[in-house]
Design a protein around this ligand. Sequence first.
Ligand SMILES: CC(C)(COP(=O)(O)OP(=O)(O)OC[C@H]1O[C@@H](n2cnc3c(N)ncnc32)[C@H](O)[C@@H]1OP(=O)(O)O)[C@@H](O)C(=O)NCCC(=O)NCCS
Length: 167
Amino acid sequence: MTPLLLRPATRDDEPFLWAMLYEASHAAEDLTSPDALRTLPELSRYVDGWGGPDDLGVIGGTAAHPRGAAWIRRFTSENPGYGYVDDTTPELAIAVAPAARGTGLGTALLTRLITDSQPRYPAISLSVRAENPARRLYTRLGFTEVAGSEITNRAGTTSVTMVLRFQ
Ligand SMILES: CC(C)(COP(=O)(O)OP(=O)(O)OC[C@H]1O[C@@H](n2cnc3c(N)ncnc32)[C@H](O)[C@@H]1OP(=O)(O)O)[C@@H](O)C(=O)NCCC(=O)NCCS
């Protein structure tokens, strides 16, 4: 079996992160390609200009083929992400390519990202659709739901904010 590779996301990974953002945001429901994300500021802000000093991410797959990514980026109260809690807490985005889901890659990516972010940030937040099975993964790794955080998402259903606090 090809060994699973986990490595830090670099500036050069931006094209792959656009593809993973397309998955993470369920954009196929109303868009036709990752390129279309660039026209939507509420989604493009998670990837656009990736690689700044504050950005932190993990890419997973094989050396030749990345299959998934987990990354965090900080937002401010003037431009809050969907899962914004405060200016010091970066927000997570995560996706695995459809054919590679359910085999442990998402767990491995998020576990590594948590380890890497713990020395740098007080917490990580995320926004997840209420019906997304990924909530079980987040709960297993220590995220808890923020009371009263329900919002109506782009699909018109409910999303909740979850937070993992390090201190
Ligand atoms: C969520 C996701 C990143 C998890 O990666 P993965 O490699 O499938 O994860 P794992 O194999 O480590 O399984 C961990 C958990 O992921 C979730 N999961 C597994 N397969 C999934 C799938 N096909 N779709 C959605 N979530 C799935 C489950 O909660 C699973 O835990 P469980 O077995 O206790 O239910 C991946 O399934 C995915 O990209 N889903 C679509 C995009 C998405 O929803 N991103 C998160 C937005 S908040």
